[in-house]
Design a protein around this ligand. Structure first.
Ligand code: DON
Length: 304
């Protein structure tokens, strides 16, 4: 398979088209990014890497980090995790409050903000140094010590974090947050602020395409059944109220972030990270979605 040629061709096509959407201006720090940045990296389970564009430039991975926090918590407490957070697509926006009342404080899934806050609460209850441990985990899965939080982004998000503060307090009122909301929110904002480039991100997620095992140090991060579950939640919930659309057009498990990144997994084949900061109305990268749609169309290969 000539992945490099295919990636180059699609990159050219998408770059020539109109770049629609807008930056995530609700987080001031994210509104400063160059909207025309565009990077891709595809890394395969047989250790090949193909990239183009701004693939070495770090960006704010935002909600993509919710994959890593979920996996960390899942490794710690196992299947009881699903008593605190569901596995159903919400059909609502990533920061919605509406379902929490009827669901009595149990978020529909771990990828909407409410669910990710509960996951952060679990990490705080089970780890001695949650932030340091999170970075150590990132180091383990990617064999890379250069992954860190962005203080600027944390500060920027905290300064406008009213919606997440409301979500965390509301869940706490139902008893599904054990720790102080301020501490839970601090971990949440830090995790969202992680900066990575497409190469680092594709590599960090490759174990999800490799039955839960990292390629670099052959460490089992998850067993096959757990890996299937994470990919299943990415498939059904990774794009909020656009998860059906992503499944329909791309046909791979994936996860987006408001920094404009998308990671997608083809089990047993590859992981691919795409970054283009302009977002569509649902908060997902406009060019990222377009690129991945063309990729699986051209490769004639998806999980379906
Ligand atoms: O909490 C927020 O609003 C952001 N830190 C993360 C949202 C996000 O990335 C949603 N993804 N598309």
């Amino acid at each position: 398979m000539n992945y490099q040629k295919i990636i180059n061709d699609i990159y050219k096509i998408v770059s020539k088209e109109n770049n629609s959407g807008s930056l995530a201006s609700y987080i001031p720090e994210l509104s400063k990014i160059d909207a025309e940045k565009f990077g891709i990296c595809l890394t395969t389970t047989d250790s090949q890497e193909f990239h183009i564009g701004d693939s070495c430039e770090k960006f704010s991975i935002q909600s993509i980090a919710k994959i890593f926090s979920l996996i960390m918590a899942y490794r710690h407490i196992g299947d009881v995790i699903w008593e605190r957070v569901g596995v159903e697509p919400s059909g609502t926006s990533f920061n919605s409050l509406v379902q929490l009342e009827s669901d009595k404080g149990i978020p529909r899934n771990p990828f909407i903000n409410s669910g990710a806050l509960v996951i952060c609460d679990i990490l705080i209850s089970h780890l001695t140094n949650p932030k340091e441990d999170f970075l150590k985990f990132m180091n383990t899965i990617s064999n890379n010590t250069a992954i860190n939080f962005s203080k600027k982004t944390v500060h920027s998000e905290k300064s406008v974090g009213y919606r997440n503060i409301a979500l965390c307090n509301y869940i706490k009122s139902y008893g599904n947050i054990e720790n102080e909301p301020k501490i839970v929110l601090d971990l949440y904002f830090n995790i969202c602020s992680i900066k990575m480039n497409c190469k680092e991100l594709a590599k960090a997620c490759l174990f999800l395409a490799n039955n839960g095992k990292t390629l670099s140090i052959q460490e089992k991060i998850l067993n096959s059944s757990q890996t299937k579950r994470i990919n299943a939640i990415m498939q059904t919930c990774g794009f909020y109220d656009e998860s059906g659309e992503f499944s329909f057009k791309v046909g791979l498990p994936g996860k987006s972030g408001v920094g404009g990144g998308i990671i997608a997994i083809h089990p047993n084949k590859y992981s691919i990270a795409v970054w283009s900061p302009k977002l569509n109305a649902k908060g997902n990268s406009y060019r990222g979605m377009k690129f991945l749609e063309l990729l699986t169309t051209r490769l004639q290969s998806s999980i379906f």
